[in-house]
Design a protein around this ligand. Structure first.
Ligand SMILES: [Zn+2]
Length: 408
């Protein structure tokens, strides 16, 4: 069971649906995924282990140095073979010779998404792509750009309106988190410095926490790489307004640049990290590249090393044992948005829309999800958009006072 995130006298809302203590999603970028690597990954993760992860994809591939990469344009059958919820930008336009990406490529991308009825909800920036939104962005996200002399130019790299119309609601913020393990938890200042990975002794970290508190009003004199605490620092997602006024949710990914490949998975997600994730009662969206091997280990070999296979087997076992919930990135983020917009009042739980992902919430939006409730009284009321819902089930769990709420 997970912790309670909201409580009235009669009713508590659990962080995650029972019996799970924490939630893990994989966020893999498709760089370097040649067809034979794709096949091995598909067979192992989505067929043998049948894990409920979603994948990401390039719409098109213009990279002259990675012509074998799987993309929607070249290999639509691959994108249809398992769940894909993440668009890795409008395509791979890195090392594309004289070909320069413009908005017209994004419009062609939209046509391709429509042709295959794909509605991606998540966007991850790619390398140094000139159309990136937050990770090493090239130009500001506005339809026009004014130079210092006052001349206005049409921004032919502007696509944020198309990103939204494609269905995207969640954008990777361009950052990787290495610590704490377990996002979606508000940490006290003391706990933040104990868990945030500073290379100091426990005593020094306690001292930094005390100093941080004492010098809170002296921001201009403080080293921002040491004093990193804020109550919001460990969020799994947050609202972000772009320069054109559009709002999306942004999210960080967990991982490291050096270990973001098929060889690094067993190191970044070692047994100790998995145990800490369960204990944290938090979330993790892991950054990786399932189709990419570490540069120095690129010889002729089985693509997925045994240690990485063992990591995925361990994740599957923890999922089956009811400790770690596994899902796509979009399902995890959707759940958090629904949970955080729900309110618990007396013996009632109210599900309400937000204005980014669920602007008109109805019961169908809740059907994909389950929620955990702590109550001694089974006669609760469930409301969606202020309308009472009768088509729900409250399922008992191993704890007498905790229930799993599901719909339809
Ligand atoms: Zn990439």
């Amino acid at each position: 069971m997970s912790r309670i995130v909201q409580q009235s006298k009669e009713l508590g809302l659990l962080a995650y649906p029972p019996p799970y203590q924490c939630w893990f999603a994989l966020s893999s970028d498709p760089d370097f995924t040649a067809l034979d690597n794709w096949q091995e990954v598909h067979t192992f993760i989505w067929e043998e282990l049948a894990l409920p992860f979603a994948d990401s994809f390039f719409i098109t591939n213009k990279n002259l140095q990675a012509t074998e990469q799987v993309s929607l344009g070249d290999r639509p059958e691959c994108i249809g073979a398992h769940m894909h919820d993440t668009l890795h930008t409008w395509g791979d336009f890195i090392f594309s010779g004289n070909y320069r990406f413009t908005r017209s490529d994004a419009l062609a991308g939209i046509d391709l998404l429509l042709k295959y009825s794909i509605v991606p909800k998540v966007w991850t920036d790619h390398s140094n792509f000139i159309g990136n939104l937050l990770h090493r962005p090239h130009v500001t996200s506005t339809p026009t750009i004014k130079d210092t002399a006052g001349y206005v130019y049409e921004n032919d790299l502007y696509t944020l309106d198309l990103v939204k119309s494609a269905g995207i609601r969640y954008i990777w913020n361009g950052n990787l988190v290495r610590a704490p393990i377990g996002q979606d938890r508000t940490l006290s200042r003391h706990r933040w410095y104990q868990e945030s990975g500073l290379r100091f002794s426990k005593t020094t970290r306690t001292a930094i926490s005390v100093l941080d508190n004492l010098t809170a009003g002296l921001q201009q004199f403080r080293n921002p790489t040491v004093f990193t605490y804020s109550r919001a620092a460990n969020r799994q997602y947050y609202r972000h307004k772009f320069p054109d006024g559009t709002e999306f949710y942004c999210f960080p990914r967990f991982g490291s640049w050096q270990l973001g490949d098929i060889d690094g998975i067993s190191k970044i997600l070692n047994p100790e990290t998995i145990t800490k994730l369960i204990q944290s009662e938090g979330t993790m969206i892991l950054y990786t590249h399932l189709g990419k091997r570490h540069g120095e280990l690129n010889e002729n070999r089985q693509h997925i090393p045994q240690a990485t296979r063992d990591t995925f087997v361990q994740l599957a076992n923890e999922h089956n044992a009811g400790r770690i919930k596994l899902s796509s990135t979009s399902k995890l983020l959707d759940y958090l948005v629904l949970r955080d917009n729900a309110t618990v009042v007396n013996d009632e739980i109210h599900f309400r829309p937000d204005d980014i992902r669920f602007p008109s919430l109805d019961i169908n939006d809740l059907k994909d999800h389950q929620f955990g409730l702590a109550t001694r009284n089974r006669n609760i009321r469930v409301l969606c958009n202020d309308i009472e819902v009768s088509a729900y089930t409250l399922e008992e769990t191993t704890s007498a006072s905790e229930f799993k709420l599901s719909f339809g």
